[in-house]
Design a protein around this ligand. Structure first.
Ligand code: C2E
Ligand code: CA
Ligand code: CA
Ligand code: CA
Length: 275
């Protein structure tokens, strides 16, 4: 028993070593990719649910490495945060995203994700503003998506960054609402322009009553607090119908469009604005 226990520990250690090596490998490849500007924003439509009309797009990072292949953002974003690359990566993505979005019709917004570690770095607001100045993108067309995790590490620092962004007309959304360390108190301390209801509630809205009640309660709360709402991860018509019935104004999900590159997004818009 002792031997197998030891064996297990050894296997576990080797697996951990391999995992650490892979992380370092990804980190090095990512540094190269950021320097070579090879990470790209893709864009997923956000729509007015009642009409299906597009109102904006969320930028989502995409990266294909020559050797490692496609690495999903759920993998490389946390590594970028951990290894201190997120600032450079984020600046590259915001520059590319605003260079694309400035060619869209003026009424469409661009929504951009900031990582938790960026909300403890007081350079973040200055960096965002510098990129907007450089690309000539109107700050009033930009939304920043942050999560509750990002607000918790250092609430005072996060608040200062959020205030600096809002001062020039950038709007701030609370992402993934209903997951993680949700605290309603947060909604009292911070003013958010928009709340994004996490996909986990949307995907079970037709199956279980609790999800339905939670979504209705979130919508009522947003109405009272004067916040816009977007329901994330809508994949089926029936889910969208239900959300409209409950009075949810905004929606996002594969039903309306998957994230696609700048060129395909332009084609989508030409189709959407035709006639
Ligand atoms: P998120 O911000 O919650 O983004 C929404 C995720 O849900 C995206 O995954 C999107 O492709 C996916 N999604 C959208 N509609 C549907 C749907 O109908 N069904 C399903 N199953 N999924 C849907 P993605 O692109 O893989 O990104 C994962 C996460 O990585 C994002 O979650 C965000 O936390 C992070 N991320 C992506 N791009 C960036 C970035 O540029 N900066 C930062 N800081 N984080 C990013
Ligand atoms: Ca997001
Ligand atoms: Ca989200
Ligand atoms: Ca998420």
């Amino acid at each position: 028993a002792k031997r197998s226990g030891r064996g297990k520990v050894m296997v576990y250690t080797r697996e951990m070593e391999e995992a650490a090596r892979r992380v370092t490998h990804i980190e090095q490849a990512l540094r190269r990719a950021v320097a070579a500007e090879e990470v790209e924003p893709h864009f997923q439509p956000i729509v007015e649910l009642k009409t299906g009309h597009v109102i904006g797009f969320e930028a989502l990072a995409r990266w294909t490495d020559r050797d490692l292949g496609v690495i999903p953002p759920n993998v490389f974003i946390p590594i970028a945060e951990e290894r201190g690359i997120i600032g450079a990566l984020s600046q590259l993505l915001l520059r590319k995203a605003t260079e694309t979005a400035r060619n869209w019709p003026d009424e469409l917004f661009l929504s951009f994700n900031l990582s938790p570690s960026q909300l403890v770095d007081q350079n973040t607001a200055q960096q965002v503003l510098a990129i907007l100045a450089r690309t000539g993108f109107d700050p009033r067309r930009l939304e920043i998506e942050i999560t509750e995790t990002g607000l918790m590490t250092d609430p005072a620092s996060a608040e200062k960054i959020v205030n600096d962004l809002r001062a020039v007309g950038i709007r701030v959304s609370l992402d993934d609402f209903g997951t993680g360390q949700s605290s309603l108190g947060r909604l009292r301390e911070f003013h958010f322009d928009k709340l994004k209801i996490d996909r986990s509630f949307v995907s079970s809205i037709l199956e279980d009553k609790p999800s339905e009640h939670i979504i209705r309660a979130i919508l009522a709360m947003c109405e009272g607090l004067g916040m816009n709402v977007v329901a994330e991860g809508i994949e089926e018509e029936a889910q969208a119908d239900r959300l409209v019935e409950f009075g949810c104004a905004g929606g996002q999900g594969y039903l309306f469009g998957k994230p696609s590159d700048a060129e395909a997004t332009m084609a989508y818009l030409r189709e959407a604005y035709r006639g």
